[in-house]
Design a protein. Structure first.
Length: 607
């Protein structure tokens, strides 16, 4: 068996979003005949429907491939895909921990971007061998020589034999496979030592229980073995071991160096944690593997079933989802308006969106999500400090001594010409300029300290449009700073709707309130009575409007002539209906809870 280890290669692909990782992974799968051509769907590794629809990679996936190299030997590759979006960098570090090498994919037209750097530094920190690939050389705007130089200058990697590839056209793939054989080291590890395997992912399967994705560092594991999860202390008997190729294929055993899965009729989801170490129950390893850095959620939002009876189902679904989404956090909360639900912590808005959609699709739930909020550190006049993740729980202004809010250090990489636009955007978002560094002759890193609450909403979209798509963003949580913040309550028909409360900087309070009251007026359907919509700070109303009573023929008048538009409206209403919550006498659609998210840059610019 020892001899066999020499022919194993474990690697990941890291890149900035959209530089072509998933396409490259597809080509590698094709070239290694892992998938028969007729079975080849585009982006096979992205196996969640959601990923395919959105064209982004969210979950890491591991596949085993067989490659017959030019040296005459058959190699076993384990490829672990990684996501490129800034929300998901914790997934990247998890997959890297299971590898000896990383393929660095850089777009031949775009060059090195912020997330390229963030991801490749994670790989370098883990001492992985990096294999640079310049992708999309088929594009007319490709400039591989410039990009190679960038990789050398900015990252410090030797690119003299970097692979020039087009994942789309299948160019350069064989050269890449040969480099993986030559450059990525074979896994080390002792077969005779007690089992030591890192759990880097897990999913719940109704028939098999928890399926653990593991990377074995030492020892061997086979069906019938008694295993222990070192951190949780729980023990199980192994039912099945195997690899994904890319569908599960049972094996007699897995050994040091292998990447595969273990099932052991594990029903108790709470006992399995990604990052834990699997060992033998009878002959345990002396110490566990380092595991992962715990990820702190950045944003919180309330998730409520539209049907209150589904609260238990939602809890179960969240528990199952957490299994392969270690960064998801949740705890029960209740709202006067929405009933019983959960306050959930997410890494960012994309993560939040993905979780909501997975809950709805995979678990058949209809949900209302409240607007996301960051965590505030609030000290009160009676000398206490508390963490507020839900705006409606912000104490009364008279009881507050000070409020601290999280700030991030944001690095925006942008071509020279757009520096002005980026600075303007950051200033409007209460950013404090730190410095500007030249990356090369054309681009700079603009570094700002910005409140996280200003970043999480639509900062990225605004950044992209202000720079015609050229800017890339990376940010990390820095510290908490004091800010002049106020809670704004929304009243519908005179009743406070706790789930609509939000927190704003005092200087934006009036304009944001006007904005939101106006949006709610458009979003909330008319009823047969007039509904006042008000925004208040404490007892003081700072903005108001009315939703007029419903009159017959309203849509007929407005949309009478245009059939398609009317159909669209009806479709929209149908979809919206499902996600409507009756609060008092007023029906509030899901959109209303998110109205606070859409800030209007022009409005803010005037402040
Ligand atoms: N012209 C050209 N387009 C490519 C090539 N490789 C990928 N693309 C396109 O680039 C886009 C992004 O490719 P993906 O493979 O989805 O990118 P990714 O890096 O996996 O993105 P995430 O998984 O979301 O991080 C897709 O539209 C691909 O068709 C290439 O070699 N040439």
């Amino acid at each position: 068996m020892k001899e066999h280890q020499k022919y194993i290669r474990n690697f990941s692909i890291v890149a900035h979003i959209d530089h072509g990782k998933s396409t490259l992974a597809d080509r590698i799968l094709e070239m290694t005949d892992t998938v028969a051509k007729r079975d080849m769907k585009n982006q096979l590794l992205d196996n969640m429907d959601l990923e395919r629809e959105r064209g982004i990679t969210i979950k890491l996936n591991a596949v085993e491939l067989n490659y017959h190299a030019k040296d005459g030997h058959d190699y076993e590759f384990h490829l672990i895909d990684t996501p490129g979006h800034v929300d998901f960098s914790y997934e990247v570090s998890r997959s890297l921990a299971a590898c000896e090498g990383a393929i660095l994919v850089v777009d031949a037209a775009q060059g090195v971007e912020a997330q390229t750097l963030a991801n490749v530094y994670l790989a370098i920190d883990d001492d992985l061998e990096i294999v640079p690939v310049v992708n999309k050389i088929d594009l007319p705007s490709a400039d591989p020589d410039r990009v190679k130089k960038e990789i050398e200058d900015i990252i410090g990697l030797d690119t003299s034999d970097a692979v020039l590839a087009s994942a789309k056209k299948g160019i350069g793939i064989e050269k890449l496979l040969e480099q993986i054989v030559r450059k990525v080291p074979a896994p080390q590890g002792n077969l005779d030592d007690p089992l030591k395997a890192l759990v880097f992912d897990s999913i719940y399967d109704d028939y098999r229980g928890v399926v653990l994705s593991v990377r074995l560092y030492d020892g061997v594991v086979k069906p019938g073995d008694k295993i222990r999860l070192m951190n949780s202390g729980s023990e199980y008997e192994v039912n099945e071991v195997g690899v994904n190729s890319p569908h599960p294929v049972q094996r007699e055993y897995l050994m040091a160096g292998d990447v595969g899965y273990i099932t052991a009729s594990i029903k108790d989801i709470a006992q399995t944690r990604v990052g834990d170490t699997v060992t033998n129950a009878d002959n345990p390893a002396a110490e566990s593997l380092p595991g992962y850095r715990e990820m702190e959620p950045m944003v919180y939002s309330g998730l409520y079933p539209t049907d209150n009876a589904k609260f238990g189902d939602l809890r179960e679904a969240l528990e199952k989802l957490k299994l392969n989404d270690a960064a998801l956090e949740f705890e029960p909360e209740s709202s006067q308006a929405l009933g019983f639900g959960f306050r959930c912590g997410f890494l960012g808005l994309l993560h939040m969106d993905v979780v909501q959609e997975r809950l709805e699709r995979e678990f058949n739930l209809d949900l209302i999500t409240t607007a996301p909020s960051v965590t505030y550190h609030v000290s009160t006049t009676d000398g206490e400090t508390k963490l507020v993740e839900n705006p409606s729980e912000m104490p009364d202004a008279s009881e507050i001594k000070q409020v601290l809010e999280p700030y991030v250090k944001a690095t925006v990489m942008v071509p020279n010409d757009y520096v002005g636009a980026v600075m303007e955007l950051c200033q409007h978002r209460r950013g404090q300029f730190e410095t500007m560094e030249y990356v090369d002759d054309y681009r700079v890193n603009v570094i700002y300290h910005i409140p996280l609450s200003e970043i999480i909403f639509d900062f990225f979209d605004n950044l992209k449009s202000a720079t015609r798509g050229y800017a890339s963003l990376d940010y990390e949580l820095e510290d908490y700073k004091q800010s002049d913040l106020v809670k704004i309550d929304i009243l519908l028909n005179g009743e406070k709707v706790d789930a609509l409360s939000f927190i704003s900087h005092r200087s934006f309070a009036a304009s944001r309130s006007r904005d939101i009251v106006g949006k709610l007026k458009n979003i909330i359907p008319r009823q047969n009575f007039e509904i006042p919509v008000q925004a208040a700070v404490g007892a003081k109303i700072i903005a108001r409007t009315n939703i007029k009573a419903y009159r017959k023929d309203v849509t007929a008048k407005l949309y009478g002539g245009d059939r398609t538009r009317r159909m669209k409206l009806l479709e929209k209403q149908k979809a919206g209906k499902k996600r409507m919550k009756a609060v008092g006498k007023v029906d509030i659609p899901q959109e209303a809870f998110m109205a606070v998210l859409q800030t209007d840059e022009d409005e803010k610019g005037k402040n």
